[in-house]
Ligand binder design. Structure first.
Ligand SMILES: Nc1ncnc2c1ncn2[C@@H]1O[C@H](COP(=O)(O)OP(=O)(O)OP(=O)(O)O)[C@@H](O)[C@H]1O
Ligand SMILES: [Mg+2]
Length: 234
């Protein structure tokens, strides 16, 4: 089966070669565990190593800060084909003190998943990769979890129909055994990868589930340094 590689070699090996084509893949982890770095790598490597068009959508951090921070670990986003690498910044919407909850959830809100899907269909129907970092601010758009779950389900189906392979990030508390913030993103995803950090172990990553594929099932170490993100698995 065709695989969509993150381009992080040890990580692709954990998955048996990469994500499945047209799948939706959740990355869960506590703050500072490397979710943003991973999501940027996925789109960056897609463009740089595999010549695939991708879109990184930020709901949390401003693009300027992301560009600066990943530059520190060796990802030069200025130096990648701008036909292939794209960023879409929805973070200002939430940061803007004028954006009330009513505005964020209004029918025109670009943070609504139906509008976001329409935006992608209009502008990025030829993309191969999309990363959404993170899902957490969506709780400001949707009143209740049932609505969010339904909308997220429709959204993921729409992306699969477009032939896109998606990475979603979500956060879990530092010492939690949960797989996701809202308790449902993991059920809607074809694969779930958990990043954890502890004083005693350092950083570890585990592929918790992967529909339709064998994968490595234990925790392995990973590092983030000025050499980038490395997963210690051959
Ligand atoms: N230049 C660097 N050298 C070494 N480690 C770094 C460097 N830049 C970032 N890191 C590590 O990566 C972490 C940030 O990673 P990232 O922003 O991807 O985490 P995150 O999971 O998205 O966090 P959040 O939940 O807060 O968004 C930092 O806390 C730090 O430990
Ligand atoms: Mg982040």
């Amino acid at each position: 089966m065709e695989r969509v590689k993150s381009g992080i070699e040890g990580f692709d090996n954990l998955l048996g070669g990469g994500f499945l084509n047209h799948s939706v893949n959740l990355l869960s982890g506590c703050s500072g565990s490397g979710k943003t770095i991973f999501a940027v790598y996925y789109i960056y490597n897609g463009a740089k190593k595999f010549g695939e068009k991708g879109l990184y959508i930020t709901l949390e951090e401003m693009t300027e800060h992301i560009v600066r921070d990943v530059g520190e670990i060796g990802l030069n986003l200025e130096d990648v084909d701008d036909e292939l690498f794209h960023m879409y910044d929805l973070s200002a919407l939430r940061a803007n003190v004028l954006s009330t909850k009513d505005e964020l959830s209004s029918p025109e809100s670009p943070m609504r998943l139906d509008n976001l899907l329409e935006f992608i269909e209009l502008n990025f129907q030829d993309a191969k990769r999309i990363a959404i970092d993170s899902l957490v601010p969506l709780n400001m758009v949707y009143e209740d979890m049932k609505t969010l779950r339904g909308e997220l389900f429709r959204f993921t189906i729409g992306l699969k129909r477009l032939g896109i392979t998606t990475v979603l990030t979500t956060e879990i508390p530092y010492s939690s055994h949960d797989l996701s913030r809202f308790g449902m993103e993991d059920f809607l995803s074809d694969s779930v990868t958990v990043f954890r950090m502890r004083e005693e172990w350092g950083r570890q990553v585990k592929v918790h589930k992967m529909r339709g594929s064998n994968h490595f099932k234990d925790y392995v170490d990973y590092t983030i340094s000025n050499q980038g993100l490395q997963v210690m698995y051959k």
